[in-house]
Design a protein around this ligand. Structure first.
Ligand code: C2E
Ligand code: CA
Ligand code: CA
Ligand code: CA
Length: 278
């Protein structure tokens, strides 16, 4: 019989205990780091079909004093559980708005959007709309340059709240991208209810292109869907020329991945864009 007593046994599992203890200590370190503002962000270029940099995704980095650079894949889930993701997300938002207004002041990169990742806790927090608009106003950034990446999983619990807040922000010209598209609880019905600008093809559908026929069909379907709904489509995790060629062939209009550039600090990103002459 599967399952019977499974949880009880696992409760005493020393490996589980180690994992729990590890999480607790990381959580405490995370709290301290948020208080002290010890985070960094990297920017990963997003390229259009002409090779022009049209955007960048802002990706959090945590230089931990002992553990070295901790991956967001590790600390974001912990920050989500404890609610720390809200102040952390606000910090990212503030950084993005600051970068956009600095570029505008220097008359630099006026066509480059910044995409930031938004967690469920953040979107569903009471003052999310005011927080986003506040950051933009505080720095005098152009709202149309800011794109919020949301995931499908964030919509399942409270779709109405998500639609309400996204619509309010869209009225202020904030853009939205549906991240990791196709990996969540895909329901096509919400696609037409959400004020989206972009669909983002998940890396899991890109990495085995063009050989994997299923992934090829899914990628094609997403691009066609995007076109029908009037949305831009970007592919993430593009690592090879073959992947790029296939995606171009099916009409994908933007690309992000190691083939073009890894996530990098702001100054390097600025050099990267300048060197491309875009
Ligand atoms: P994501 O939103 O799907 O971000 C894309 C991830 O893919 C990033 O990992 C990026 O470095 C990585 N990546 C980009 N191009 C390639 C490629 O060509 N090949 C491969 N193998 N990977 C590529 P990263 O930076 O480790 O971030 C992991 C996740 O952490 C993100 O996944 C996102 O869900 C979350 N995250 C990062 N920053 C933030 C943030 O500020 N707020 C929130 N809520 N989540 C964040
Ligand atoms: Ca993302
Ligand atoms: Ca993604
Ligand atoms: Ca992904």
């Amino acid at each position: 019989a599967k399952g019977a007593g499974g949880n009880v046994i696992r409760f005493f599992d020393p490996e589980m205990q180690r994992v729990v203890r590890e999480e607790v200590s990381l959580d405490a370190d995370l709290r301290t780091a948020v208080d002290r503002g010890e985070f960094e962000f990297h920017l990963q270029p997003q390229i259009n079909r002409f090779g022009t940099v049209v955007g960048a995704e802002v990706l959090l980095r945590w230089p931990h004093p002992v553990r070295g650079l901790v991956s967001p894949g590790v600390f974001i889930p912990i920050a989500e559980k404890s609610g720390l993701i809200v102040p952390l997300g606000n910090w990212v938002l503030d950084c993005a708005a600051k970068v956009l207004s600095n570029w505008a002041a220097k008359e630099l990169f006026s066509d480059i959007n910044l995409s930031i990742n938004v967690s469920a806790n953040q979107l569903h927090s009471e003052d999310f709309v005011e927080t986003v608009l506040g950051a933009i106003e505080r720095h005098g950034a152009r709202p149309r340059r800011l794109k919020l990446e949301i995931t499908e999983s964030l919509l399942v619990n409270n779709l109405d709240d998500a639609i309400r807040k996204m619509t309010a922000l869209q009225q202020h010209e904030i853009l939205f991208s549906l991240d990791d598209f196709g990996t969540g609880y895909s329901s096509l019905s919400y696609l037409k209810q959400l004020p989206l600008d972009q669909l983002k093809i998940d890396r899991s559908f890109v990495s085995d292109l063009p050989q994997n026929k299923n992934d090829a069909a899914i990628a094609e379907m997403i691009v066609a869907l995007g076109r029908t709904l009037g949305l831009h489509v970007i592919a993430e995790g593009v690592e090879t020329e073959e992947q790029k060629g296939f995606l171009e062939g099916i009409g994908c209009d933007q690309f992000q991945g190691y083939l073009f550039g890894v996530p990098m600090p702001l100054d390097q990103f600025e050099e990267f864009v300048s060197a491309l002459g875009s």
